[in-house]
Write a protein that binds this ligand. Sequence first.
Ligand SMILES: Nc1ncnc2c1ncn2[C@@H]1O[C@H](COP(=O)(O)OP(=O)(O)OP(=O)(O)O)[C@@H](O)[C@H]1O
Ligand SMILES: [Mg+2]
Length: 254
Amino acid sequence: MKTIVTAGKGGTGKSMTLSHLLKRHILGNGFGRVLIVDADPHQSLTRYLGVQPHTNLGERRHKYAQELRTGQGLEKKSRRDFARQLAQEAITPLEGGDLLVMGKNDEPGCQCVVNTLLGNALDAVAEDYDLVVVDNEAGIEPIGRQNWRVDHLLLFSSPKGAELDVAWQILERADDVDRQIGAAYLLLNRTYTGQDLRAIYADLQKKVSSTVVLGRLPYSEQLDREEYPDETWLAALDKAWAYVHQRMQEKVLL
Ligand SMILES: Nc1ncnc2c1ncn2[C@@H]1O[C@H](COP(=O)(O)OP(=O)(O)OP(=O)(O)O)[C@@H](O)[C@H]1O
Ligand SMILES: [Mg+2]
């Protein structure tokens, strides 16, 4: 199982961009069994994909709240089987892959038990897939429980300092918590024609290892206004993806 994961400050274009990558390049394009995980409680990726899932993992967990509290009705199930059942109930099949929406944790008090259960549910089904694509709220700590390796990290930022700073913090945090990252790709979104990005390139060389490469996506007025990209933006996305895809194939051959 390989993973592609998004990260970056809020509003940098993670979900919108990933929805187009999935539609144009990933689903039905020879990646085998694909699981898309919408790990953002606000479910923007699901919306951008134009999907209305029948349920989500948080909701399924809620449905079993009574059983989970009392243990009644679950006696014959191992924890793993129950986690697997929850995830399978929450999956929405799409053309070319499956979608798992994590949803919200609506239990009061400590969220760790709830999060563990949702994470276990994701882990229980993830191994059935060749590629798992995760869209996050911001950082990458919440994905999976068993310290999943992030094979390909799509790190989003505009050229603005505050957003780049969050991108670097995410990489540092991944290091701190020993979250392994195979290759990280910085996607600079909302760039302008003629914008001088040399300072960012230089900073990049200093701050992070050579695994980080730069893709560049232009600001698109149409995307901003109508949530639908223009051809220039899509062409830039295709170019950035071609690079990522090439790296993915090289890694498979290694
Ligand atoms: N290059 C761009 N030019 C103009 N608008 C853009 C561009 N990229 C994304 N947007 C717009 O920015 C908004 C936020 O995008 P998106 O929801 O993908 O961000 P996000 O990083 O997933 O945010 P969050 O962390 O809150 O989930 C959307 O309305 C999207 O259309
Ligand atoms: Mg998002």
